[in-house]
Write a protein that binds this ligand. Structure first.
Ligand code: ZN
Length: 258
């Protein structure tokens, strides 16, 4: 795969080498000229977010998506979307989901390939929790290789295990509107309420046991991706004690702007 760093401008580099040419002859193309496709020097941003359950992939994915106006794509979302559309692939996926089995990689890849052809992916997209296995990553490489105008960034949210458990322990949801609340230490969820007035409760599947088992499969299946991608990975570590969302987001943005 040809990796072009985000912000890399092949035109500009050529110009800088020409000593007698102060200004570029061609104007730099703006984001809204993506219809030029491969000739636009604004590369398509493809961001892969790696990280354990509770590492914050969903949260930061949403924030990055907002900032760059590109969609956040997760396996769950594309599967649900396809099932909702009742497409051929969706119906196939539904059969696996209803029988409680895992949707095979081949089917996920087919759905994914369609998804990134949609118009909102023209400027790029964020992959949150995908690829999940080396097999998926290899197939993703094949797909991304076909597009020569991609600037790929891979961010690994490396969060201490204790912090992952603490985040789970402090997380409540509103019984009425389902909004998620991170309850601070020394704060009593029994007496506190959601902004809507609803009671705060624990989600039934948000237990240390469930998290431990999800971490187990993450470590077996997904963690090897950090080695697989090797030097392409930018690490965002949260060690010792948890950091505020904005602080972590600042570090992620620095990587993306590099
Ligand atoms: Zn509420």
């Amino acid at each position: 795969m040809r990796i072009v760093p985000i912000g890399f401008n092949p035109l500009k580099t050529t110009m800088q080498k020409t000593s007698f040419q102060e200004k570029p002859i061609l104007p730099t193309l703006k984001c809204d000229t993506v219809s030029f496709g491969a000739t636009a020097n604004q590369a398509k941003k493809v961001i892969i977010l790696l990280g354990a359950p509770n590492s914050g992939k969903g949260t930061y994915g949403r924030k990055i998506a907002e900032k760059y106006a590109i969609p956040q794509i997760s396996t769950g979302d594309i599967l649900r979307g396809e099932v909702k559309k009742m497409s051929k692939l969706g119906i196939e996926a539904k059969r696996y989901m209803e029988s409680g089995g895992l949707v095979p990689d081949e089917l996920i890849m087919k759905i994914f390939q369609q998804r990134i052809l949609e118009k909102d992916c023209q400027r790029g997209f964020i992959l949150d929790g995908f690829p999940r296995t080396i097999n998926q990553a290899e197939q993703l490489d094949e797909i991304l290789k076909k597009d020569k105008n991609i600037a790929l960034k891979i961010i690994n949210l490396d969060v201490d295990r204790d912090i992952l458990f603490a985040r789970s322990a402090n997380r409540y949801i509103c019984a009425d509107c389902s909004k998620t609340h991170a309850v601070k230490e020394g704060y009593n969820p029994e007496t506190s309420k959601c902004d809507c007035g609803g009671k705060l409760i624990k989600r039934a599947d948000d237990t240390p046991e469930v998290l431990a088992s999800r971490l187990d499969s993450y470590e077996k299946q997904t963690l090897p991706l950090v080695d697989y991608y090797g030097e392409q990975v930018s690490n965002v570590g949260v060690y010792g004690k948890d950091s505020p969302v904005d602080e972590i987001l600042g570090r992620i943005n620095k990587i993306l702007e590099k």
